[in-house]
Design a binder for this molecule. Structure first.
Ligand SMILES: *Cc1c(COP(=O)(O)O)cnc(C)c1O
Length: 434
C-alpha cells in the first residue's frame, strides 16, 4: 500500500516514509491510496473473533509489502494484550470500553500499535528518539507504548505544575528497563513553550540527524490506522441479529472519528456516526453551516477534546471530497457543555450504575439524541477514558469515591523521576545529546 498527501501535491510514499516523516512535504496529512472493502466473509466472521485477529485482518492491506503476515500477527498480539469489551448500559445502548490499556485511555490502543510498527520499520534498525510535547494524556500513552521497546528512546516534555497529579504520575514513574528509555522533562513554562521547544528541535537539521528524532503526534498515519480496529471489534460483540449500529465518538482532533469513516469504507455496516464534541464545536458547526471556522480552544472538563482547529478534519474533508452534503448523510454533529456533561454522568450512574468519564458522557449524550430520531437503531458510544482518571470531576458529581484501578494506584505509589529544564532550546539539546 502507498500513502498520499491530503493536499495532493507530494509524491505517494511507502508506509515507512509516512510513518517516520509524519507530515507530507506539501504540508498535508497522509492517507492510504485506496480503501478497498475487506472480504465479506471475513467481516461476517467477526462475531466472537479475538481482538488481535481482527486487528491483523484490518491492518493487513495497509502493511502489505512492508511487514509480513506472521510479523504483523505477532506485533498486534503484543500491542493489544488488553480487552476492549462492549458493555451494555441500558436498552439499545452499549459502551465500547477502550480504556483497559496501561494509561487507562483510548490513546493506548493506537500508540501501542504505532510503537511496534516503528520498531519493525525503523530505517537500518538504528536507535530512534521519539520526542513529544504533552499537556496530559497523549504523552503518557506514547511514553508507555515506547518505553519497553528495545532501540526506542522516548523524551516527553510537559509544563511543570500544569498537568493533573494522575497525569504527572503516569509521565514520571517508569521502572526497570523503561526508566532508562523514557525520560520526562518538566519544563519551566507552558504547554506552548513545550511545543515550541519540540518544533525547534525538529527544525534543527544536525540535531535531528544526530539523534534520529521522530514525532508521534496525532496526525501520524501510525496513530490513525490502528483506530479502525475497535469499530470492527465492537460490531462483532453486538448480540446476533442486531441492526447496523450508530457509533458516537467523543472528538477533539477527530482522528478517532476519521478512523470510523474509514472502517465504513472498508465494509463495516454502520447506520450513522455522531461527531460528539464539547463547546469546542468547529466540526458540528461545519455540519450545520457548511463553513469551517477554526478558533482558539476553550477549556472544559473533557480536556482531551479541547481542540479549536482539529488536525484530522483535513482528512475528513478529503474522504468526503469537500462535500458537506455527503458528510451530513453519514455524520450528525452535536455539542454539549460542562453542565450537561455533569448531568449525564449523574443521571446514567443513578439510573443504571454505569459510570461514564466526562469524554464518554459527551458521546453518550450525542448517541441518545440520535437514537431518539432512529427508534429501531442500536447505539455504541466509544468510551475513551476510565472514570477514575477523572476522579476529581466525577466524584463530586456522583457524591461517591471512585474505585482506583490497581494499575493507577501502583503508578501513584512509585517515586517520580523527571528532569527539570528551563524553556530554552540549548537545555533540550543537551538532554537529547546526553
Ligand atoms: C484524545 C481523546 C479524545 C479525542 O480523540 P480525537 O481522535 O482527538 O478526536 C477523546 N477522549 C479522550 C479521553 C482522549 O484522550
Amino acid at each position: 500500500m502507498r500513502y498520499v498527501s491530503t493536499r495532493g501535491t507530494a509524491p505517494a510514499v511507502d508506509l515507512r516514509t509516512a510513518l517516520f516523516d509524519g507530515l507530507a512535504p506539501d504540508g498535508g496529512l497522509y492517507l492510504p491510496e485506496r480503501l478497498d472493502p475487506l472480504p465479506a466473509a471475513w467481516i461476517a466472521a467477526r462475531p466472537g473473533a479475538a481482538l488481535p485477529d481482527t486487528a491483523a485482518g484490518v491492518l493487513r492491506p495497509f502493511t502489505a509489502g512492508a511487514i509480513d503476515e506472521a510479523a504483523l500477527a505477532a506485533l498486534v498480539g503484543d500491542a493489544l494484550d488488553f480487552p476492549i469489551p462492549l458493555v451494555p448500559i441500558e436498552p439499545r445502548v452499549w459502551a465500547l470500553e477502550l480504556f483497559h490499556g496501561p494509561t487507562l485511555a483510548f490513546k493506548d490502543v493506537a500508540a501501542r500499535v504505532m510503537a511496534r510498527l516503528m520498531l519493525a520499520l525503523r530505517p537500518g534498525g538504528e536507535p530512534v528518539t521519539i520526542l513529544v510535547a504533552t499537556s496530559g494524556d497523549t504523552g503518557s500513552a506514547v511514553a508507555h507504548a515506547f518505553a519497553r521497546l528495545p532501540g526506542m528512546r522516548v523524551v516527553i516534555l510537559y509544563p511543570e505544575g500544569q498537568v493533573s497529579p494522575i497525569q504527572e504520575a503516569q509521565l514520571t514513574t517508569f521502572d526497570g528497563d523503561a526508566a532508562g528509555r523514557a525520560q520526562a522533562l518538566a519544563v519551566a513554562g507552558t504547554f506552548d513553550d513545550c511545543q515550541r521547544l519540540v518544533k525547534g528541535a525538529f527544525a534543527n537539521a544536525t540535531l535531528r540527524a544526530d539523534v534520529r528524532l521522530t514525532s508521534a503526534n496525532s496526525i501520524n498515519i501510525g496513530r490513525l490506522l490502528p483506530q479502525i480496529v475497535p469499530y470492527f471489534h465492537a460490531a462483532g460483540q453486538l448480540p446476533p441479529g442486531s441492526p447496523a449500529p450508530v457509533f458516537a465518538t467523543p472528538s477533539g482532533n477527530f482522528g478517532h472519528l476519521t478512523a470510523g469513516v474509514m472502517a465504513a469504507r472498508l465494509g463495516l455496516a454502520v447506520a450513522r456516526f455522531v461527531a460528539a464534541t464539547n463547546v469546542n464545536d468547529v466540526v458540528p458547526h461545519y455540519l450545520d453551516t457548511g463553513r469551517y471556522e477554526p478558533r482558539a480552544s476553550r477549556r472544559t472538563i473533557a480536556n482531551a477534546m479541547d481542540v479549536g482547529d482539529p488536525s484530522n478534519f483535513e482528512r475528513m474533508r478529503v474522504l468526503y471530497h469537500d462535500d458537506v452534503a455527503a458528510m451530513r448523510r453519514e455524520i450528525t454533529g452535536c455539542r454539549h457543555d460542562d453542565d450537561r456533561t455533569r448531568e449525564a454522568i449523574r443521571d446514567v450512574y443513578r439510573r443504571t450504575g454505569y459510570l461514564l468519564d466526562p469524554h464518554s458522557a459527551i458521546g453518550y449524550l450525542g448517541l441518545r439524541e440520535e437514537l431518539a430520531r432512529s427508534p429501531r437503531a442500536a447505539g455504541i458510544v466509544m468510551a475513551t477514558a476510565h472514570p477514575a482518571k477523572f476522579s476529581d470531576i466525577v466524584e463530586p458529581v456522583i457524591g461517591e469515591a471512585v474505585a482506583m484501578p490497581e494499575r493507577l494506584a501502583a503508578c501513584l505509589a512509585r517515586p517520580k523521576r523527571f528532569t527539570r529544564i528551563p524553556a530554552r532550546p540549548e537545555a533540550l539539546e543537551e538532554v537529547l545529546r546526553g
